[in-house]
Design a protein around this ligand. Structure first.
Ligand code: HGY
Ligand code: MN
Ligand code: MN
Length: 407
């Protein structure tokens, strides 16, 4: 709890009603401060700390049998611009707490136990999301990742990594993958709270589709230009936005659609805009339905192009299919939570997580704790201390179980 408070002070932002959040976008100075603080805690525990070529950080507590693969936990400490103090941070700091508990009690497991934080999990500044863990597992080359440009100021990811001092030399992708991976994370939605359940047993992660649309029209005078002559990209963007919502409602089920970013140029009261850059985030647990949503969106864009006479440049920022976690690892989370006396609920993750990348290389599962009012990516993000503790204890017991299990 003390470490969550301290890390929450870095990049601290406050709301009108005393809410306290974090703004530590990937590879900014605030992210560097957060990284430096967590690395200091890792080193204070005497842990071996390694940084890989994409800035992922690993702290390892050695096991008695170095021939056995490690058990890894972790998450991320970068945040969105209106982030909370728990998204990602909880998993990293609970992993650190597990290692400190082993050290304090003189417990040496069979397998090494590693806690990691992965670079740029949010993908909000440098898309795609889960970029660091994607490179770690070999899903994106480190060269391609280092060349990614920031959506805000065009900064090159590799240059920012050097600037904040986290361009490491441990090879990425990893030379060897962990034996198991388990991640603790807040749910970030309303399900556990609505059910009154303490521990979410996460069975997988839904598919993600991020598209950037650059819509170009013709800037003109707001007063002199008749409506029939306009090629207005903001009007076009508003029709695409309405279509995204209509598609999600019509498909129903788990389908969600979000237009989170709209940049207008020149963004002036008396100018019919020249161009708009916007993003559409589509997600679904079912890959086929997600593809249907993408196709319907594209059809809507094509219709707007025809009607409004604008041009549209389309760029995919992220596309990950739904992921199913390892059933035995999911069962272990559930059995452990029950053994500790907690209520449980099996569910998919609506949010993306580093675990969905680790699942490509080793048996993986996640533990969820409830989010108050289902809020996240909002400075009012909050999880009750008892729920945080319950999640951390389930993590401890799951990691202990796996760290003392040979092949
Ligand atoms: O976008 C996501 O779901 C995650 O917060 N990166
Ligand atoms: Mn997260
Ligand atoms: Mn997040």
């Amino acid at each position: 709890m003390r470490r969550l408070e301290a890390l929450g002070e870095l990049g601290r932002i406050e709301g009108p009603n005393g809410e306290q959040g974090c703004a530590r976008l990937a590879l900014t100075d605030a992210d560097r401060e957060g990284r430096d603080l967590v690395v200091t805690w890792m080193r204070d525990l005497g842990l071996t700390v390694e940084v890989d070529q994409i800035g992922n950080v690993f702290a390892t507590y050695p096991g008695s049998d170095p021939t056995l693969g490690s058990v890894m936990t972790g998450s991320h400490i970068d945040t969105v611009r209106t982030g909370g103090r728990f998204d990602g941070n909880l998993g990293v700091l609970s992993g650190l707490e597990v290692l400190e508990t082993l050290i304090t009690h003189g417990v040496q497991p069979l397998r090494s136990v590693t806690v990691a934080f992965f670079t740029d999990e949010e993908g909000a500044r440098f898309p795609p999301d889960m970029l660091g863990s994607l490179v770690f597992v070999g899903g994106m080359s480190v060269e391609e990742a280092l060349d990614v440009r920031a959506v805000d100021d065009g900064a090159r990811l590799g240059d920012e990594l050097i600037r904040i001092g986290y361009a490491g030399n441990k090879p990425a992708p990893a030379a060897t993958f962990p034996h198991r991976y388990v991640e603790l994370h807040i749910e970030q939605g309303p399900i556990l709270e609505d059910l009154g359940v303490t521990v979410g047993v996460v069975e997988g992660v839904q598919g993600i589709s991020w598209t950037q649309l650059t819509i170009t029209g013709q800037s003109a005078h707001a007063g002199t230009t008749p409506m029939r002559l306009r090629r207005d990209p903001v009007y076009a963007a508003s029709r695409v936005t309405a279509a995204a919502r209509d598609i999600a409602i019509d498909l129903g089920g788990d389908q969600v659609a979000t237009v989170g970013r709209i940049d207008v140029h020149p963004n002036l009261v008396n100018v019919v805009p020249a161009a708009v850059t916007m993003t559409v985030d589509l997600r679904n647990t079912d890959e086929q339905v997600l593809r249907e949503a993408e196709q319907r969106l594209q059809a809507a864009v094509d219709q707007v192009i025809a009607d409004e006479g604008v041009t549209v440049e389309r760029r995919s920022l992220a596309r990950f299919e739904p992921v199913e976690f390892d059933p035995a690892m999911v069962d272990l989370v559930e059995a452990t939570a029950m053994r500790l006396g907690h209520s449980t609920h099996r569910m998919p993750s609506g949010a993306g997580h580093d675990a969905q990348m680790l699942a490509r290389v080793c048996p993986t599962s996640m533990i969820f704790t409830p989010s108050v009012n289902g809020l996240s990516h909002n400075i009012a993000e909050f999880t009750e201390p008892d729920d945080l503790t319950a999640g951390a204890n389930v993590l401890l017991q799951v990691l202990l179980d796996q760290a003392f299990t040979g092949d």
